[in-house]
Every structure is written in C-alpha cells, then in structure tokens.
Design a protein around this ligand. Structure first.
Ligand SMILES: C[S@@+](CC[C@H](N)C(=O)[O-])C[C@H]1O[C@@H](n2cnc3c(N)ncnc32)[C@H](O)[C@@H]1O
Length: 311
C-alpha cells in the first residue's frame, strides 16, 4: 500500500477508535482532532437526512431507511424498533451505518455471515439472531477499540455464534469459499482500495454466495481536492465512488446479478432543509459550497452474487 493510502487508513482507524473509546472508556490512540467532544449519541458517521430524505427506490420498493423524523438516534432511523428491542445502548448508540443490510440479506438458519467493518457489532447481532445457533457470524474490523466494544457487547448479549476478528477488508482473515452471505454497513466507501475489497469479498464467498451491503455512493465524482480531505473521507463522504464505477468494480471482481435495490439521498443538495444535528454531522468535515452541483450523495442498498461456478 502506498504511503497516502496508509495515512488515510490510519486516519479512519483513529476516528473510529475515538468513537469506540467513548463507549468502552478505553483509549486505543491519542485523542485526535477528527471527532468532536459531544457525547456519542446520536452516532456521528453518516446521518440520514430526517424529513429531507428523498426516497428513490430503483425497483419501486420502499427505501432502505424509514426516514423517520421522530427518530432520536441514528439506530432508530435505520432499524425497525423490534430489531433494536433488547439491544443495549452500547450497541444501538454505537451504530454508525447508513442502512440495514441484514434487512435485505434474506438470512437463513445455519448460514455463515461475514460483516465487513463490523464496528460495535449491531449488524452482527441482528444476523446472529437470523442464522440461529446452527449458523455463525464473523465480524471483521481493523480498529482495536471497535473490536473491544464489539466483544464487550457480544458478551453482554450472551451470544455464542458471533466472532470478531481483527483485519482489513482489503485482506480478509477469512478462508476462501467459506461464507454464505457478506454484509457491510457504510464501510467500503472508507477503503482506499475498493478493488481489493471486492476481490477479497468474492474470494471468501462460497459459490452462489450473496453480497448484500449498504454503502455510500455518488452520482458524479468528488474532485481530487475534496477526496484529499481526509476528515470528510473518514466521515463517509468523499471516499464514496460514483455508483457506476462502484458497480463496475464489483463486476470486474466477478460478481453477477448486481443490483442497486434502493437508495436514499442524503440531501446534501438540500442542506438548508436538514435538521440542525444532521446538517452539523454532514458539514463538520466538509464545506459543501466547494462541492460541485452535479455531485449527489446516496446511501445505497447493493446486492450481488458469486456465480455457482465461481472460484
Ligand atoms: C462507519 S463505521 C460502521 C460500523 C458498522 N458497520 C455500523 O454499521 O455501525 C466503519 C467501521 O469500519 C471499520 N473500517 C474502516 N475501514 C476499514 C478497513 N479498511 N478494514 C477493516 N475495517 C475498517 C472502522 O474501524 C469502523 O469500525
């Protein structure tokens, strides 16, 4: 990896370590300027745009976020209340995603699920419920503090079918052809090497295995000077690829039946109409007046499959 990719990844790691440390009371790294001093609720990665969310369902279905303007936390905006039932605050308040990938994954009892960038573990815990005691869930994350939080949450929930592994999604610590379903929530956009992520995802899936992620994509490209803003990258904004390029990279990795199930505009073109908390989260790291008008940011639900004869 080049120096700049290493530096970017380190900034991402520092940002999420600082967030996790607020929940565990530990400290993986020196404090960084990337995260402000507000309490960790609501979560601060990619906040939905509340009332101003525009819903665009490619297939006419409803969108991946309930766009609930009454939601008190990001988790309440992204997940059904029944899903959150029984999960402690250290899980729900640490949710940093932009969707709900298990809702589109059609998980079955006994399946092996892999969560790329598992954070505090919320999607792993939902998946663990769906696959039951005969299945298992592996969460991979590169940030020690996040792994500590996730393990603490897992022990608190008493789950025995969830394992968290330290690793990078560009080089997964997972055996080839061993996973039924890959999920991921707002993580691939953070990677400086998305080709490697899709290559690795393809490698670890069993033939016929499913890929079901929520991620940030754009229409239009962020210009290089905005991509160079590491804070905005680490905040799940300027690392997002143009949707067509994202899908093309998946195709080149070997995936088939690639579909954008639905997507939600994060309303950056409507900043004035956003609630103050969301506007603050989206503008903390980026001056949106510098973003060209033709760049739009979306949270998309993307699904695909490894072919039956894929190796
Ligand atoms: C925006 S948070 C999302 C966490 C979780 N998926 C959720 O929905 O709450 C991004 C997470 O991905 C992890 N991460 C970012 N880049 C990564 C990489 N290249 N390899 C492994 N983990 C990564 C971070 O440590 C962080 O925990």
């Amino acid at each position: 990896m080049t120096d700049s990719k290493d530096t970017l990844k380190e900034k991402v790691r520092q940002r999420y370590a600082a967030i996790a440390d607020q929940f565990t009371g530990q400290r993986e790294t020196a404090p960084v300027e990337l995260v402000d001093s507000r309490p960790p609720e609501p979560a601060t990665c990619c906040q939905p745009a509340g009332d101003a969310i525009l819903i665009q369902a490619a297939d006419g279905m409803t969108c991946c976020s309930p766009a609930d303007s009454t939601a008190a936390t990001l988790a309440e905006a992204l997940y059904a209340l029944e899903e959150l039932d029984g999960l402690p605050d250290t899980v729900t308040a640490a949710a940093l995603g932009c969707g709900n990938p298990t809702a589109i994954a059609g998980l079955q009892p006994g399946e092996v699920v892999l969560d790329l960038g598992s954070g505090g573990g919320i999607d792993c815990f939902l998946a663990a419920k769906a696959v039951g005691p005969t299945g298992c869930v592996i969460g991979v994350d590169m940030t020690d503090s996040m792994l500590a939080l996730a393990n603490q949450n897992r022990d608190r929930l008493g789950l025995t079918n969830v394992e968290f592994r330290k690793g990078e999604i560009e080089n997964l610590p997972v055996e080839s052809s061993s996973v039924d379903v890959i999920i991921s929530n707002c993580v691939i956009n953070l990677s400086p090497d998305k080709d490697a992520v899709f290559r690795e995802a393809f490698r670890v899936l069993k033939p016929g295995g499913r890929f079901c992620v929520s991620d940030m994509v754009t229409e239009g490209e962020f210009p290089p000077q905005l991509r160079a803003n590491v804070n905005a990258w680490a905040g799940c904004i300027t690392g997002a690829l143009d949707q067509a390029e994202y899908l093309d990279k998946m195709r080149r990795a070997g995936f088939v039946d690639i579909r954008v199930e639905s997507r939600v505009s994060y309303g950056l073109e409507n900043l004035d109409q956003l609630d103050p908390a969301t506007r603050e989260a989206l503008t903390r790291d980026l001056d949106w007046s510098t973003v060209p008008d033709d760049v739009r940011l979306y949270s998309a639900r993307i699904v695909a499959r490894k072919p039956e004869d894929g190796i």
